[in-house]
Design a protein around this ligand. Sequence first.
Ligand SMILES: CC(C)(COP(=O)(O)OP(=O)(O)OC[C@H]1O[C@@H](n2cnc3c(N)ncnc32)[C@H](O)[C@@H]1OP(=O)(O)O)[C@@H](O)C(=O)NCCC(=O)NCCS
Length: 140
Amino acid sequence: MIRKAVNSDFPILCKYYKEFDEKGFDLFNKGPFSNLLVYEKDQEIVGFINYSIIYNRAELDYIYVDERYRRNNIAYELLEFCIEDAITSGCENITLEVNEHNQAGLSLYEKFGFKKAAIRPKYYHGEDGILMIRELKKDE
Ligand SMILES: CC(C)(COP(=O)(O)OP(=O)(O)OC[C@H]1O[C@@H](n2cnc3c(N)ncnc32)[C@H](O)[C@@H]1OP(=O)(O)O)[C@@H](O)C(=O)NCCC(=O)NCCS
């Protein structure tokens, strides 16, 4: 089940977020455009997605699945939810950034039709970041 995060989800999200990004926990303080959703399985939170819908464009900030539950289509369902929300909200496109060596992420995004749009050299501790975009208009 995918649902909005609530305050009691804070500890587990904090744990997941630290594994993903050492910069610190700010998922709950990203402002009015930010959406934070969790994936719950047997009453346990096993993943989350954080994305922003800013007027006519959407941005995927984080997607994460607990290691024990990977390769079960959970990220697929979370990203599908995000894209549907963006389409419903009238967004023209959705963008994201991923480390050049993150094969799981790259493959997930390519599966959803994201295309490489630009390289941000040395963005991730010396490794390149790849900016990806997917158009959301019906005829594209
Ligand atoms: C990337 C991540 C979210 C994928 O989660 P997941 O639930 O295991 O992914 P899914 O089972 O939904 O897989 C959907 C598709 O993603 C791709 N994928 C997922 N894991 C993969 C892997 N280890 N290697 C290659 N492709 C992978 C595949 O295209 C897969 O489709 P397929 O099963 O038909 O081959 C997960 O590995 C993760 O949390 N990684 C750490 C955080 C991270 O890197 N997030 C993205 C960075 S922006």
